[in-house]
Design a protein around this ligand. Structure first.
Ligand code: NAP
Length: 319
């Protein structure tokens, strides 16, 4: 089936902007709903992209957005979702009820293709509400009837210009003389946002991807301490990193819940109790070669760093 119209829910976010740009490059007509249209300024300028202010949780609004689409991509995700068993209400709304509504609407409208973004290590018995709610979201998507071709993606932490992870630790090191760090030994296998976007877009009309769940990881595993050190080095503000004992780390995470714009919480602390890495055999789909963090992160964390600027020149020169 030729895919010409795609609804990208969560298309205004960090990953979404890269996915939407790739779809637009292929001449695909893309609709992006957003609660704040101005958040997606750069997408509004793309010729085949329509950014619409909409409440995607409203059944009628969702149906109107999904009508006549060849495919729907759901990228909605939040890191702070409140506390609760098995998860807080915001996680339930964004990660579980929304996928349920998307499937129900797709069934009703005869939508044939559905791509859904989950998270690595999502599981019903995972240590955090984020991961437990992501698991229930997957269950909702996988309950779609066979006439809806679904594909799921489970990335490790995603890096790239505008990310909320390495940029956060670079910014903190610009401001503070040292970094008191919870879970310094937590393991990650960061994957480049362009590799994630390529995996999603390439799977859209690829029949082999139907019914599959792709684990998306970069080429190398790092501890959180190593990643924070790299963020400091590339941004030119390398600071001493003090690993916190677990009790203190939880207290720090609790305090961070009251700081707007910082995606750290007791729940994200809980997520880090499981390693965010892929099996050794895992590769990106469609022959995509995972891009090393060292070849990309210096280019956007660089602003004030001479060293990182040199890295950018080296990269451009292919050295
Ligand atoms: N970034 C990572 O490292 C990472 C790692 C693993 C998995 N993921 C998953 O990848 C997906 C994309 O992540 P991202 O980093 O691109 O996230 P992001 O930048 O925070 O973007 C989230 C998107 O979801 C929408 N959204 C958030 N909360 C919503 C709500 N309550 N109701 C309606 N829309 C809402 C936002 O739309 P508005 O324009 O309306 O604000 C935005 O477009 C998420 O599912 C996330 O869980 C990300």
């Amino acid at each position: 089936m030729k895919i010409q119209n795609v609804l990208v829910i969560g298309g205004s976010g960090f990953v979404g902007r890269h996915v939407v740009r790739r779809l637009a490059d292929q001449g695909i007509d893309v609709t992006v709903p957003s609660r704040r249209r101005e958040r997606a300024r750069e997408l509004i300028l793309l010729p085949t992209v329509d950014v619409i202010t909409a409440d995607i949780h409203d059944a009628a609004a969702l149906a109107s957005l999904m009508r006549d689409q060849d495919a729907v991509i759901n990228l909605v995700g939040i890191l702070q979702g409140g506390r609760g068993t098995p998860y807080g209400n915001h996680f339930a709304q964004a990660h579980v009820k929304l996928p349920q509504k998307i499937v129900a609407t797709a069934k009703q409208l005869g939508i044939k293709r559905l791509l859904h973004m989950s998270a690595l290590k999502a599981a019903a018995d995972a240590p955090s509400g984020y991961l437990r709610s992501k698991a229930d979201g997957e269950t909702a998507i996988l309950a779609a009837p066979p006439e809806i071709a679904v594909t799921l993606f489970r990335p490790s932490v995603i890096f790239g210009a505008g990310d909320a992870f390495l940029n956060l630790f670079a910014d903190l090191q610009k401001i503070f003389p040292l970094v008191p760090l919870g879970c310094p030994n937590a393991q990650f296998q960061p994957v480049w946002v362009e590799d994630v976007a390529a995996s999603i877009v390439d799977s859209l009309d690829n029949t082999d991807s139907v019914g599959r769940t792709y684990h998306l990881c970069g080429p190398k595993t790092y501890s959180l301490r190593e990643l924070v050190a790299l963020a400091g080095r590339y941004s030119g503000h390398r600071r001493p990193i003090i690993g916190l004992p677990d009790a203190l780390a939880r207290l720090q995470a609790l305090a961070m819940e009251f700081v707007p714009g910082i995606p750290l919480s007791r729940d994200s602390h809980d997520s880090m109790q499981v390693s965010n890495t892929c099996d050794a055999a895992c590769t990106l789909p469609f022959g995509i070669v995972p891009t090393p963090l060292e070849s990309i992160a210096p280019t956007y964390l660089a602003q004030n760093s001479k060293l990182a600027s040199n890295d950018e020149f080296r990269r451009r020169a292919g050295r």
